[in-house]
Design a protein around this ligand. Structure first.
Ligand SMILES: Cc1cc2nc3c(=O)[nH]c(=O)nc-3n(C[C@H](O)[C@H](O)[C@H](O)COP(=O)(O)OP(=O)(O)OC[C@H]3O[C@@H](n4cnc5c(N)ncnc54)[C@H](O)[C@@H]3O)c2cc1C
Ligand SMILES: NC(=O)c1ccc[n+]([C@@H]2O[C@H](COP(=O)([O-])OP(=O)(O)OC[C@H]3O[C@@H](n4cnc5c(N)ncnc54)[C@H](O)[C@@H]3O)[C@@H](O)[C@H]2O)c1
Length: 482
């Protein structure tokens, strides 16, 4: 219990995604009187439409890939046709069943989270929250609806998330032109899915649908997919996409996307037309920050509508905090939760460590996955940070060979001094599970030699991390120079 006072600190949290959930739970555990206002469901977009459903879809895509690729390992389905000759079975995906499963899983997780909050003593109110100055939140039934509650607070956490950005020229109709939140209603596999936008969201869905057997065309406005990622990683993914039969149209901006009967037509900037059965619009997100009383309370926002926060998640108004995608920090569930927890620790006088975005680990769930942490090669190349880069292809890893894994690599980035690990990239199946040692090394300022000294299992994909660290060894004579 952080508060030594008789009077409980009153905290109102608006939005129940990872940012709001973590803020509410941490505050209740610290003994505050907590109310959480959420308009759709606890868990937020992360659980109901974004992270959980997309990663569940990807789990099915991985299963389809494993079945398809098992022939190479000498394992295949065998069935005899009427003539007695072996048939060549194909992977069949029941998209309706798959989507039902992922929506059920998302709802169950949301229910679990609501129960956890209630058990911790959080008062969860369903409704639309809005700041009323800097000391109260009103709760209503939605835009134009009635307010039915008003809650006074000592501190508030605004964690209202973001929604898919749409373009007037490519308006989703919910049937064939879809945002990712509408994709899970599909009953049948799209015969040809056009994905507009090759950021993380577009790349993940393109990868998954291609693995599930749909024909996919990825419309990428940049010269390569995943323009903000490590260039070598993006090259691997683009190569895998193309080998898997995906059409990648680079330097191609979708000017319009319209329905034509049972087809969709995407017209590119240069006049080319792409016809498909469905189109996913994945061109980024917009924060849900308008009309929620921020201006009246004096909370500063950026021109893009993101709430300005410092490293303890405090806004320009001292008793109002903000967490997650509605802020200008990285839009990741892990960052949202950390901001939510940090905000209430700060408000309630518990130990706080200002958030260091430099060390955030993230993962792109394509096949193979791309996990990234710390400084990246481009910062070494442009001189922002001094350091050395070493890349070890997975094709040299014994376990990878056994498993038939050809694509991927481990890249370590170390400082020039003693070889302190400052960053890394792992491209591999389940890279998300392999990146933690690098995160620990960076957080604990371990050198490549210290990482190399830790035992890796033989054979294992993780041993490529040790091998890369060995290759970057700083001789004792060099270490003692500085
Ligand atoms: C397709 C996709 C996949 C992703 N995958 C990953 C991943 O694998 N890993 C990862 O770390 N991140 C991932 N992300 C990012 C992640 O979803 C976000 O960073 C995360 O959801 C942010 O959490 P949040 O709490 O800020 O907001 P949200 O999860 O968006 O929750 C905000 C909540 O606030 C509610 N709300 C809004 N306004 C009000 C109001 N006025 N009153 C009451 N309630 C309100 C909304 O209904 C919503 O429930 C993904 C994003 C997308 C689009
Ligand atoms: N695995 C994960 O952790 C995960 C998954 C999805 C999203 N996210 C988070 O969400 C953030 C946003 O990612 P995102 O992919 O949704 O958005 P984004 O803004 O990163 O990418 C959208 C892309 O669409 C392109 N674009 C815009 N208009 C276009 C047009 N008319 N035609 C073709 N392309 C067009 C943009 O140039 C951009 O490259 C990520 O940075 C990440 O933090 C995380």
């Amino acid at each position: 219990m952080a508060t030594p006072f008789d009077r409980k600190h009153r905290i109102v949290v608006v939005g129940g995604g990872p940012g709001g959930y973590e803020a509410a739970l941490s505050a209740a555990r610290l003994g505050a009187e907590v109310t959480l206002v959420e308009r759709v469901g606890v868990g937020g977009s992360a659980v109901l439409t974004d992270v959980v459903p997309s990663k569940t879809l990807i789990a099915s895509a991985e299963a389809a890939t494993a079945i398809r690729e098992s022939g190479e390992l000498g394992v295949q389905f065998f069935a005899k046709g009427d003539s007695g000759k072996p048939l060549k079975p194909e992977v069949a995906v029941n998209l309706s069943k798959l989507n039902k499963r992922l929506l059920r899983l998302a709802q169950n997780q949301s229910d679990d989270m609501q129960r956890t909050l209630e058990a911790a003593g959080v008062n969860v109110i369903q409704g639309e929250g809005k700041l009323d100055g800097n000391s109260a939140v009103t709760v209503g039934t939605g835009s134009g609806g009635q307010d039915f509650d008003r809650i006074e607070f000592d501190s508030a956490v605004i964690s209202v998330g973001a929604r898919p950005r749409t373009l007037d020229s490519c308006k989703p109709d919910g049937e064939r032109i879809l945002t990712w939140t509408q994709l899970y209603n599909l009953k049948e596999m799209p015969s040809h899915l056009i994905v507009v936008g090759s950021g993380v969201t577009g790349a993940e869905f393109a990868s998954a649908y291609s693995a599930l057997g749909a024909k996919v065309t990825l419309v990428s406005s940049r010269d390569r997919v995943l323009p903000n990622e490590d260039a070598d990683a993006a090259d691997v993914i683009e190569d895998v996409f193309k080998r898997g039969g995906m059409t990648v149209l680079s330097k191609s901006r979708a000017a319009t996307v319209v329905r034509d009967g049972d087809e969709v037509v995407a017209t590119l900037d240069d006049g080319r037309e792409v016809r498909g059965s469905h189109c996913l619009i994945a061109v980024g997100s917009i924060p849900n920050t308008s009309g929620i009383g921020l201006e009246g309370a004096g909370v500063e926002v950026t021109p893009s509508g993101h709430i300005r926060v410092n490293r303890v998640a405090r806004t320009s108004v001292p008793n109002i905090y903000a967490a997650g995608d509605c802020t200008e920090f990285f839009p990741l569930a892990s960052v949202a939760s950390t901001q939510g927890r940090t905000a209430v620790f700060h408000a309630l006088g518990d130990e706080v460590r200002p958030i260091n975005l430099r060390n955030v680990a993230s993962n792109i769930f394509t096949y193979p996955e791309i996990a990234t942490v710390g400084w990246q090669q481009r910062s070494i190349e442009d001189g922002t940070r001094e350091g050395r880069v070493y890349k070890l292809p997975l094709s040299e890893n014994p376990r990878a060979k056994m498993q038939g894994v050809r694509d991927g690599f481990v890249k370590l980035i170390a400082g020039n001094d003693l070889g302190t690990v400052i960053g890394g990239v792992i491209v591999a199946p389940r890279a998300s599970e392999l990146v933690l040692p690098l995160s620990i090394a960076i957080e604990q300022r371990l050198t490549v030699d210290q990482v190399a000294r830790a035992w890796a299992v033989y054979p294992s994909l993780a041993s490529s991390i040790s091998d890369a660290a060995h290759a970057m060894h700083v001789p004792y004579s060099e270490q003692t120079k500085s």
